[in-house]
Design a protein around this ligand. Structure first.
Ligand code: C2E
Ligand code: C2E
Ligand code: C2E
Length: 88
């Protein structure tokens, strides 16, 4: 049957992202705040972002989208499986 791969959906850990003092991720944090505002989504610990927005952000950092994802993952501000946050 069809294998359900973990999707490539980008899910940000907002707690970690907003705690980051690293100058580096300031634009990502600002972007996430803007998305929360547009969605009226203020209660989440995590935020799923659009692939399109990831592409736009990558341009700001002069990275490829996948390099930006790598950078975010290294910084520990992405969540591979958001459900795991709620079952631990
Ligand atoms: P919109 O793009 O016209 O989307 C209207 C509504 O469709 C959204 O309301 C949301 O309920 C739903 N929707 C659209 N695309 C998706 C999707 O990929 N997944 C899911 N789960 N739902 C989707 P919402 O969330 O209140 O957003 C209102 C408006 O704020 C959106 O209108 C859009 O203009 C903007 N917005 C919200 N989130 C984002 C975002 O992550 N990126 C961008 N560029 N704009 C966003
Ligand atoms: P999931 O995508 O793995 O998300 C797991 C949980 O992470 C969600 O539980 C929610 O608490 C949190 N989460 C993920 N993205 C966001 C976000 O952008 N904002 C906020 N505030 N929380 C987020 P939840 O809501 O009980 O959803 C469980 C599952 O139901 C989701 O698993 C997903 O598979 C599905 N689902 C929920 N809402 C949507 C939706 O708008 N679109 C789609 N396609 N699936 C959805
Ligand atoms: P998701 O809700 O599971 O949606 C997965 C993909 O389905 C989206 O990837 C997009 O390609 C498509 N899709 C879902 N709903 C719509 C829609 O109303 N209009 C259009 N044109 N396409 C739609 P994408 O864009 O990379 O978004 C990834 C995740 O980011 C979404 O997963 C959702 O969790 C979140 N998201 C994106 N845009 C919005 C939004 O406007 N409002 C909210 N609340 N969540 C959003």
């Amino acid at each position: 049957g069809v294998r359900h791969e973990p999707t490539n959906k980008i899910v940000l850990d907002l707690e970690k992202l907003y705690d980051q003092s690293s100058e580096d991720l300031a634009y990502v944090a600002r972007y996430a705040r803007a998305i929360q505002q547009q969605r009226g989504d203020y209660n989440g610990r995590v935020l799923s972002i659009r692939a399109d927005d990831l592409r736009a952000l990558a341009i700001v950092y002069d990275f490829s989208p996948s390099a930006l994802v790598e950078r975010l993952t290294e910084a520990g501000v992405t969540v591979a499986d958001p459900r795991s946050l709620f079952n631990s």
